[in-house]
Ligand binder design. Structure first.
Ligand code: AMP
Length: 359
């Protein structure tokens, strides 16, 4: 059976690494044929060859959101999770409006155009968070506005398109939950993780002994409501007064689930493959306390591999991408005998990997 992947980044790369073990072949469609997943695929196509790509695939999935509409039109009939969910996700505005309409807890927000951005920001106390409607990820297109004068820069950076203007959530911490569901409607939920971001980008995350039953219920409910066949990640803020608010959802493998490669009985990537090919889902249980730390904006030579691998239970995943400022270049998974043990290892790796990073 041949599985097509839209997008050639690290999520596709790890999906292929895991899916090969199950005996599948992989075809990748990406704008660049030198992307990590393309390099290890059976066949790789650029966007112009989409017709050829579709003809050869039995089922298609995606590993990032920003796929051109012309490509989606040609691939949608084979694509899981459905392209409708992906379209919702392509607009930060539509995503939040959908969640609020359906009664899910989200931060207070309003929608603005370039012309009425000031008026929209006036609806909340400063600071506010302004997010451009599309093409924003890892904190791109996102602005923390502490004084109204700064809105001018936002407007000139984004002359077109709408904005989401959100109250600033003074959260205690962030968490996320990943769920997987197959076409029969069987669904399983991975345990929650606590996530640490800096300047809009995930730095590390770790398993937790806390259960967060409400967050699990929300994830289960969304996965059903969106009729997901594949994965859904839900990212939450946990506010200082103990409330859960959804920050965003992602109908694909997620950076906060990379730890599952080493910490879980079945990785998120293997379960994605199982779900979209109609196989039984694998256990989402943790084998041991686990964590993950990203490697950001560093070349292979700049990363001290000896120090990284000296950590007992550490596994390096290097994506083979060209170094760029703030770019995710790889990650390290850690497992430990206890939560504290994992935290100690992450602290050590943070010092090794981030001592000189400005991100
Ligand atoms: P996003 O790109 O929307 O996922 O945001 C990336 C990160 O920015 C989040 O994980 C938070 O750390 C931070 N962030 C986003 N929205 C808000 C908000 N309304 N209040 C406080 N922090 C936020």
């Amino acid at each position: 059976m041949r599985i097509g992947i839209l997008g050639g980044g690290q999520l596709g790369w790890m999906t292929i690494l895991e899916g090969r073990k199950l005996g599948f072949e992989f075809l990748v469609l990406d704008k660049s044929t030198s992307s990590p997943a393309c390099k290890i695929s059976d066949l790789c196509f650029d966007y112009e060859k989409v017709d050829e790509f579709v003809k050869l695939c039995d089922v298609i999935t995606y590993e990032f959101e920003h796929i051109p509409d012309e490509v989606l039109e040609k691939t949608s009939y084979l694509t899981l999770p459905s392209v409708e969910v992906l379209k919702l996700k392509k607009s930060k505005v539509e995503e939040k409006v959908f969640l609020r309409k359906r009664g899910y807890p989200v931060p207070n927000f309003t929608v603005a155009t370039n012309e009425d951005l000031e008026r929209a920001a006036d609806m909340f106390e400063l600071p506010v968070v302004v997010k451009s409607e599309s093409l924003g990820y890892d904190g791109k297109g996102q602005y923390l506005i502490k004084e109204k004068g700064k809105l001018k820069d936002v407007k000139s950076n984004h002359p077109q398109g709408r904005f989401l203007v959100e109250e600033f959530v003074d959260f205690d911490f962030e968490l996320s939950i990943i769920g997987v569901r197959n076409a029969k409607g069987e669904a399983l939920i991975y345990p929650p993780t606590i996530n640490h971001h800096e300047e809009g980008i995930l730095i590390y995350n770790k398993s937790t002994d806390l259960a967060f039953p409400e967050a699990k219920e929300i994830t289960k409910s969304l996965i059903e409501e969106l009729n997901i066949v594949g994965l859904l990640c839900v990212e939450f803020f946990y506010t200082k007064d103990g409330k859960l608010l959804i920050n965003e959802i992602a109908p694909r493998a997620h950076n906060t689930g990379h730890y599952t490669l080493d910490g879980s009985y079945t990785s998120q990537f293997e379960n994605l493959i199982r779900a979209i090919t109609g196989l039984p889902l694998g256990s989402t249980k943790l084998k041991s306390p686990s964590g993950m730390i990203n490697i950001i904006g560093k070349s292979y030579e700049e990363m001290d591999i000896r120090k990284v691998l000296s950590v007992d239970g550490a596994k390096l995943y290097w994506y083979g991408k060209e170094k760029r400022y703030r770019r995710k270049m790889g990650h390290v998974n850690v497992v430990g005998s206890s939560q504290e043990d994992v935290e100690r290892k992450l602290e050590y790796l943070y010092d090794v990997l981030f001592e000189s990073l400005k991100c």
